[in-house]
Design a binder for this molecule. Structure first.
Ligand SMILES: Cc1cc2nc3c(=O)[nH]c(=O)nc-3n(C[C@H](O)[C@H](O)[C@H](O)COP(=O)(O)OP(=O)(O)OC[C@H]3O[C@@H](n4cnc5c(N)ncnc54)[C@H](O)[C@@H]3O)c2cc1C
Length: 389
């Protein structure tokens, strides 16, 4: 895809902001195991970066997805995976369905302040007993007069301790599992306090993505106005599958950027570190391996941008987005493992960037659809598995 001067100007704006406003604080936020999402998002919102491809009437820039993709690539210059992940939840995971199918009233109430950075959003699909098998979720939203009454729980929720609202997938009917679900906006706070019936079970401790808070949330007789339904009741599974495409494009872009960062950092470190009378990098086995990984990262980037081009053109990018997500998760693991090896003992130290990348990047093959889920989708599109597309 041909990027324009406008794309590159946007990339520079984002990278300058990251260098001055985010990177100086990353180590402290990683140590705190949380970053101040409201503060950071407000600043990003002021620059227009949280609504690049969102409607102008809601405060977005109204540009096509390629511009949002350039911003996603730029967030790869953040010195950790956790903050880009939370930004991605705000822009590409919790809000695409609301922007596409939400009523004008709902968009004014939740999308506009999220684009402005006044509200933090989260996405609630996974549950303690259902992650890969999205259709098996148990949370129920039962219509009672003008409200939905929600009971259930949502697991591994990014920004879950800080978020103001959740884009929740819940069962709203008893029909077939792909037709009985809806996406509902659930406010998690009321007058600055937890909304009645909403509780955060615990902030979960993780192997990586430390600056991002992850939580288990419970919902007990939570009352939400029926107007908080996104689009039509019963279409939630389909809307979520559409919303997943942007999440997967985002994940693939992030993986390519992370691989390139790890390779660059490893070239730098191994060029300075000497053993047996020469730099580590000078060994052919090392620079050949890095050249091979750089080639793979470039191929991943090309595949991802091909999928983005289809998405921008209004086509179905599911097959290529799934391939890119699969390849990204795997390549990130391979690159982190190979690069860390060349850092030797320093690679095993918490303080080095390669160690953080190794921990953060492992999520790529699990979150937003595990590798095996991607393989299942690709096989369906190839016509080699019995399931329907
Ligand atoms: C840090 C973090 C942040 C997250 N943020 C969010 C969030 O904000 N919102 C949200 O909704 N979810 C979130 N998740 C959840 C994430 O999307 C799920 O963990 C993921 O979808 C996998 O689901 P699961 O963990 O239940 O794995 P399971 O479904 O239990 O599967 C376990 C493993 O089994 C294998 N497997 C699964 N299905 C098949 C199959 N058909 N064939 C072969 N093998 C298979 C895969 O290797 C998979 O990893 C987050 C998770 C983490 C760790």
């Amino acid at each position: 895809m041909q990027l324009t001067d406008q794309h590159e100007a946007l990339r520079r704006t984002a990278e300058r902001f990251i260098e001055s406003e985010i990177n100086p604080h990353v180590d402290a936020w990683e140590a705190d195991e949380i970053f101040p999402a409201h503060e950071v998002f407000k600043k990003l919102g002021n620059l227009g970066l949280l609504g690049i491809n969102k409607p102008i009437e809601n405060g977005g820039l109204g540009l096509d997805y390629s511009y949002a993709a350039v911003f996603n690539e730029a967030t790869g210059t953040i010195n950790c995976g956790g903050i880009p992940m939370a930004i991605g939840v705000q822009t590409d995971m919790a809000t695409p369905a609301l922007a596409r199918f939400g009523s004008a009233e709902l968009r004014a109430e939740f999308l506009a302040p999220s684009i402005a950075g006044d509200m933090v959003a989260c996405i609630g699909v996974s549950e303690p007993s259902a992650g890969s098998d999205v259709a098996a979720i148990k949370t129920r939203a039962v219509r009672q007069g003008g409200d939905y009454i929600i009971n259930g729980s949502k697991m591994w929720i990014t920004s879950g301790t800080q978020a103001d609202w959740m884009c929740m997938l819940a069962n709203t009917g008893d029909g077939p599992v792909h037709q009985n679900k809806s996406l509902i906006i659930v406010p998690l706070k009321e007058n600055g306090k937890r909304a009645p019936g909403v509780s955060v079970g615990k902030k979960l401790r993780k192997m990586g993505m430390h600056s991002s808070d992850t939580a288990l949330l419970y919902f007990e007789d939570v009352r939400v106005p029926a107007r908080n339904l996104i689009g039509e009741a019963g279409r939630g599974f389909v809307y979520q599958m559409m919303q997943f495409q942007e999440e997967r494009l985002y994940a693939a872009l992030k993986s390519a950027a992370a691989c390139e960062r790890m390779i660059a950092a490893t070239i730098d470190y191994t060029g300075q570190r000497h053993a047996f009378g020469k730099s580590i990098l000078h060994n052919q086995v090392v620079h050949f391996r890095l050249a091979e990984l750089a080639t793979e990262a470039e191929a991943l980037r090309a595949l991802t941008w091909k999928a983005i081009e289809i998405h921008v053109g209004g086509g179905d990018c599911t097959k290529l987005a799934s391939m890119a997500k699969l390849k990204g998760g795997r390549l990130q693991r391979e690159t982190a493992d190979s690069c860390l090896q060349y850092w030797g003992g320093m690679g095993y130290m918490d303080e080095t960037p390669i160690s953080r990348s190794f921990r953060d990047g492992r999520l790529g093959s699990i979150g937003g659809g595990a590798d095996e889920v991607m393989l299942g989708i690709i096989a369906k599109y190839m016509g080699t598995s019995p399931g329907k597309k």
